[in-house]
Design a protein around this ligand. Sequence first.
Ligand code: AMP
Length: 218
Amino acid sequence: MLIVLLGPPGAGKGTQAKLMKEKFHIPHISTGDILRDAIKSHTKLGQEANTFMHKGQLVPDDIVFGLIRHRLAEPDCKNGLVFDGFPRNLKQAKMLMNLEYISDFVNFIAILIDIADDEVVRRLSNRRYCPNCNSIFNLIYKIPQKMENGLYFCDNCGTELVIRNDDKVETIKNRLKIYHNSVKPMLDFFKKLSVLHIVNGVTSHSEVFNKILKIISN
Ligand code: AMP
């Protein structure tokens, strides 16, 4: 089973991908997480990516292709996976569909988790991120348990939570602009292949997950 989760930043792709990873025992591949790890480890890839990421811009396709090819070669991808944050535009979608890897999967599904722009801004500006274990919290609906002197700490590892550079309001607006410019041709492409499904993302995580499970089982 190969699943591609699409949607604006903050739609809940990461949360749904984690739920799918647990249920189906397939890896969750988040290009954003891979890039943030590369930045943290001060690799050349990380340095290159950082100049785009902190402005909310997309990292160039050739960098992303390189890391996707590398990741797909790992043995845990043999039985499928869930992509979160990839593909991001038509070029990446075409690249994905041209990979030999894809031809092994009968069950290829693209799911758009749809939410409106003002909800994106509300969710992302309240998002807090653990720079150590990549856990995500939200001050509206997934509040971290430990708070001291106005600082929040990770429920999993105790690290102080931060606001991601690209979750600042101006950057969110830029990310949304880029999302809207690049998403339509990609959606049309997946629609033509009859693999696209759309779910409303403005409900609880468990409701969204149930809708996704229904799509998968049909
Ligand atoms: P995300 O965690 O998916 O919201 O991604 C955070 C940032 O990483 C994005 O704003 C981009 O700068 C970069 N990024 C993640 N995935 C991709 C991708 N598939 N193509 C280009 N840039 C990406």
